[in-house]
Design a binder for this molecule. Structure first.
Ligand code: FES
Ligand code: FES
Length: 156
């Protein structure tokens, strides 16, 4: 598979879940495990650009697919605009939901660079945050959508 832009090869058992391969074999601990039953979104990764619950995805099923984890979002040591917007708006507390949330937002903005608040709420319905009440998360995304230039540089 392609993992965060590079070829990755790992020998697996047919029953191994993607989350276990990412976290335990490849040591990519940014992908979080919580519900384990495809409800909370903490384990979200992107498969060919679309969100997928790695707790419910067989690793064998993503053979020759492109996987993005939170570790692949920042480029050349620079945070992604979505990450900068979350930081600027204080859109995280414990941070447990944040990797999955940021990957889901990145996927949404690829599909629709100017989503409405309703569209954002709908797209993120599978990502549960136990801390923020979602207000800051929505503020961050809407500000990024309306003022993208604010988040293009590392100083923002
Ligand atoms: S841990 Fe996968 S959806 Fe909750
Ligand atoms: S910031 Fe704690 S679960 Fe979202």
């Amino acid at each position: 598979m392609t993992l965060n832009g590079s070829e990755a090869s790992v020998e697996i058992e047919p029953s191994e879940l993607l989350i276990d391969v990412l976290r335990d074999r490849l040591r990519l601990k940014g992908t979080k495990r919580s519900c384990d039953v495809q409800v909370c979104g903490a384990c979200t990764v992107l498969v060919d650009g679309l969100p997928a619950s790695s707790c419910s995805t067989l690793c064998a099923d993503v053979h020759e697919r492109s996987i993005t984890t939170i570790e692949g979002v920042a480029k050349a040591g620079k945070l992604d605009p979505v990450q900068r917007a979350f930081i600027a708006h204080g859109a995280l507390q414990c941070g447990f939901c944040t990797p999955g949330m940021i990957l889901a937002v990145k996927s949404l903005l690829e599909l629709d660079p100017h989503p409405s608040e309703e569209t954002i709420r709908h797209y993120l319905r599978g990502n549960i945050c136990r801390c923020t009440g979602y207000v800051k998360i929505l503020e961050a995304i809407l500000d990024l959508v309306q003022n993208p230039s604010r988040y293009q540089t590392e100083t923002q």
